[in-house]
Ligand binder design. Structure first.
Ligand SMILES: [Zn+2]
Length: 318
């Protein structure tokens, strides 16, 4: 029997349930929606979660589409899945948990007696720490971003190669290999000896069909490569960036991008222009370093100093 919260599945079974974490402000108990898929044959365990940030729904789109396609009878091992991690933020379609105004992915491994976010982190990390591989499905929030996977453990970590392999197998085409801030699941997982990545499935308001397809393909690549499902995977080379330059606007106005997501950029290339409301050019911002145009704001209007875009730098292929 494999269990997660109230979901419990014998070999060859699938079950859904709730992982109780506490009570809402009106005293109702709440639980995160969870699923257990227990394969008919023994094998490894995959932990996968979505909506750690409450406005990032593509990962939920991946689970909702992929899970019904997997037959426990033809599966080796176990999937432990949390469909919606950031319960409170999801309810109000916000990025951060409104109960404590915290970003969930800074609170791992969490605390059973801590803040709202820390308690959710602790409850989900208990499940993640039972796995052999961890996928924490994110996206570039509501910005525009290419589809990529993040390796967050840092290049000196003993599991760095394992995490890079997992990112390559997931196979979005781009990998950001850069040590993340404290409290990220993709950092804490490797510290527990579990390869973990943070696939970033584009960026969208609501669903994005293309990014959901990247995520579904990535999940099935992982399941086939690591022996959960029959079939073989020959991972494609990935474009890896290990730096990430952020660009802000030198003036207020309206942004026009001169490059598209995924474009290579060289130093001096114009990334974007800023005009006034009547099309008069106010500023032109060029790339400092070579790299790949990685992420951009969605809304055209910017204030002085406001975030506009990011370029992945120190690019190589692996
Ligand atoms: Zn996120």
């Amino acid at each position: 029997m494999k269990t997660l919260g109230t979901a419990s599945a014998a070999p060859g079974e699938f079950d859904t349930g709730r992982l109780q974490v506490g009570e809402t402000r009106d005293g109702s108990e709440f639980g995160l929606p969870v699923a257990v898929l227990n394969g008919a044959d023994d094998g490894p365990t995959l932990y996968v979660q979505a909506v750690s940030d409450g406005d990032e729904l593509n990962g939920l789109g991946v689970l909702r589409r992929a899970i019904p396609q997997i037959s426990p009878a033809a599966f080796s091992g176990t999937i432990l899945a949390v469909g919606i991690v950031n319960y409170h933020a999801f309810q109000v379609a916000e990025h951060r948990n409104p109960i404590d105004d915290t970003k969930m992915n800074r609170t791992y491994p969490g605390s059973e007696s801590g803040t709202s976010s820390e308690r959710i982190a602790a409850a989900t990390f208990e499940a993640a720490s039972r796995a052999d591989y961890i996928l924490d499905l994110h996206q570039g929030s509501t910005s525009r971003m290419l589809n990529e996977a993040r390796v967050r453990c840092g290049r000196r970590h003993r599991l760095h190669d394992d995490c890079l392999e997992l990112a390559k197998v997931f196979g979005c085409g781009h990998v950001l290999d850069q040590k993340g801030p404290d409290g990220q699941l993709a950092r804490v997982g490797p510290d527990e000896g579990i390869p973990a990545i943070d696939p970033e499935l584009g960026g969208a308001i609501g669903w994005d069909e293309e990014s959901i397809r990247y995520g579904v393909d990535g999940l099935f690549n992982v399941l086939r490569y690591y022996g959960f499902l029959d079939g073989s995977v020959d991972p494609d080379p990935q474009i890896r960036a290990s730096g990430f330059d952020r660009y802000g606007s030198p003036s207020g106005g309206l942004v026009d991008f001169q490059v598209a997501l995924g474009d290579p950029v060289d130093p001096g290339d114009v990334l974007f222009e800023v005009t006034d409301p009547f099309g008069q050019l106010k500023a032109e911002v060029t790339a400092d370093d070579s790299g790949v145009f990685w992420r951009s704001r969605r809304l055209p209007q910017v204030a002085t100093g406001e975030y506009v875009c990011s370029v992945g730098t120190n690019v190589s292929e692996y």
